[in-house]
Design a protein around this ligand. Sequence first.
Ligand SMILES: *[C@@H]1O[C@H](CO)[C@@H](O)[C@H](O)[C@H]1NC(C)=O
Ligand SMILES: CC(=O)N[C@H]1CO[C@H](CO)[C@@H](O)[C@@H]1O
Length: 329
Amino acid sequence: MAMAAASSIISVSSASLLITTPQPKTQTILLKHTHEHHHVPTSSLTGTSTLASLKISSSPATTTSMRTATRRRLSCSASASPSTLPSALLFDCDGVLVDTEKDGHRISFNQTFQERELGVTWDVDLYGELLKIGGGKERMTAYFNKTGWPANAPSGEQERKEFVASLHKQKTELFMALIEKKLLPLRPGVAKLVDQALTQGVNVAVCSTSNENAVSAIVSFLLGPERAEKIQIFAGDVVHRKKPDPAIYILAANTLGVEPSRCVVVEDSAIGLAAAKAAGMKYIITKSGYTADEDFLNADAVFDFIGDPPEERFDLAFCGSLLEKQYVS
Ligand SMILES: *[C@@H]1O[C@H](CO)[C@@H](O)[C@H](O)[C@H]1NC(C)=O
Ligand SMILES: CC(=O)N[C@H]1CO[C@H](CO)[C@@H](O)[C@@H]1O
């Protein structure tokens, strides 16, 4: 029903459209780039859908109205073209630029355990469980408490604290080395999307509540110094309230001097999505290793990654097309 309504609507290229949807809270209309411009709800998208830019021709305004009680208005400017651009593209860092937990932190914990001959490795699934424990030191302590402390670990409680602290220091150094040696890969399509934005004069920023040194290193080593000097970083303790509070995104919009409603956020977690939504921004999810099963029903779009051609999932024009969607209840 929603799908049929949406297809007929796009075929008339309306300037102001009333569409009816039985579940207005959870339904997101996305535009699939084909000759027919089919609409599909987010929830039915699979990771292999090819989504591209929204194209709306500028024919005279037509209004289609529906009789059902729940009506929402989708306004598409008749002058909208694929060149509509966001004022800023804001990236989360961990899980979006890089799959930091799976490809970075987990690897450096393992390297530490190996260098210290602890006889411990954390595989992908186990690490996913351990991520429920926040903080690297707490994570190791809880794991050793549960599975038994390594034979070469001390036995006093204070000594164990110092032991864990020294493991954590070593792990942090190994993590930074992974970034500096570029052994922690950027996720597919990140460099492409950043380049599209910078070429078109769209502000690019990275907004993360992770450690600022790590975020800066990821941006300058993995994206390279030329891009890094054009990218603003909002990280660490620049705000007191962490995501899901919108503080970091509001700070970014204010600093860049842009309207939150003209910003498109790329996030990988439900917490990040909540922060972007509360800031009044558009938000795209790219699922990462350990957040893929979270609930993203509120997202404007959900993908498995950004991607480069021929495996591209979306581009800057798609980000711009999200700005043209405006729901008024
Ligand atoms: C580990 O065990 C010690 C000693 O029983 C306890 O004090 C500490 O709170 C535990 N820590 C975690 C993270 O489980
Ligand atoms: C399961 C897993 O990823 N193990 C790796 C942990 O790290 C060490 C040191 O880099 C590797 O040798 C293991 O293969």
